[in-house]
Design a protein around this ligand. Sequence first.
Ligand code: KIV
Ligand code: ZN
Length: 517
Amino acid sequence: MHRDVIIFDTTLRDGEQAPGNAMTPDSKLRLARQLDALGVDVIEAGFPAASQGDLRGVRDIAEAVRRPVIAALARCHERDIDLAAEALQPAQRKRIHVFIATSEIHLEHKLKIDREACLARARASVRRARGYAADVEFSAEDATRTDTDFLCRVVAAAIEEGATTINLPDTVGYTTPAEYAALFRTVRERVPGTRDIVLSAHCHDDLGLAVANSLAAIEAGAGQVECTINGIGERAGNAALEEIVMAGRVRPQVISFRCQVNPREIMRTSRMVSHEIGVFPQPNKAIVGRNAFAHEAGIHQHGVLQNGLTYEIIPPEMVGAGGSSIVLGKHSGRHALERRYRELGYELDSNALEALYTEFTALADKKRHILDEDLLTLLHDGFHRAPEVYHLAELRVSCGTEPATAEVRVAGPGFGERTATATGNGPIAAAFAAIGEAVGRSIEVLDLSVKAVTPGRDSLGRVILQVRIDGKSLTGHGASTDIVDAGARALVHALNKVDHADGLEAAALGSSYFWGV
Ligand code: KIV
Ligand code: ZN
């Protein structure tokens, strides 16, 4: 018998809580629309008490995305709950998700309260949330390291106060499939009220067991699973939505559940998430990794050519991975470009199309085949940037002798134009020093990674940068066929965010702010 399981997507909340994953409200809105197209039941849109940006992000989604339930997270604090309710006010279907840690280690060292105080806070918070919404989820953070008797008392109290979903998170990715399944059965048996509510699983991947644990919970009666696209999230990440959904599709005889997700939208959604945050799944990632449907060995290639099922348990088209071989090149016109962007999930207005077409033809002069990844990179490195304060008008670098020297010209509306020259122990260091000099800001590079976005010798390189500028921590990304130019663009991207950084910074520092209660 196949049960319906609610797919609760937390890409925009837990997924965002990892270094470098911070999303702007606009980015969240684009992703929420795509999650709607994917067919998830619940979108956890953010944590409104964390920052003004998050509050706005949740409100924009609540206004625009009408089919799924929109959830907002709140600690068991009155202000958090009030802000969650305010952000969700325009929603067609809203859920307030309150949580409090219940394990001894969290109570003693983080919250510094005893069990009775925790129980009282949980009760009062669920009650307050119910004053705003009929749909209230309660999470016992670190449930898998919580004393079972106490966990059952908290769950019973939350249900008495009106919680409609109870979540038992494996917050630190500690449990195993058999143990997690047993926890669901125990709570179901010991707390009579659980018969009338939905029990939910929420797993982190610290031991690489998040998906296995989520599937075990479903087998043990969980009616909801919480997961993220590409498995992004705090530390090692959350359970990957695409893996849970496809496990159910491919092995219905052993993992028996139904859900509303349309698998054909999986690849599009995965790519959108990667490009919005600039973080890509590892090549061998199940379902959505670059190599998930690639066959290298001759024997495998031969088998797949005879019959795909020899080495593929999922036909690539089933998850929307096929059909990406349309070749766009310098002879393609605006219509072809516009259509391909639409297929990738982006509607462009005529100004955006015109500007992108100019960049596209410039790239096509340097590169024979333009792939989907190139198009997404052009889009994200062009239009979805912060408002332009500076742009790099000129960059000249000489290297090969020590030290490298860079000359830059930086211009911008309101800023005017300045040139500067600096040296460094490599071309990127020299370019960064010259840009810092030109804009008169102190720049400290925290992390820099370079990625070839597309294969081949004429590949676009993408630089992803974490910097501290005048004390604010920011990310920037830039792409070019020249790595030094890509690095300089990434720095200018980060510089353009400085004035808008307060909200973004609060989100990027999520882990300490969120959990430091
Ligand atoms: O991992 C966790 O415990 C959480 C809760 C806030 C649900 O993300
Ligand atoms: Zn979590």
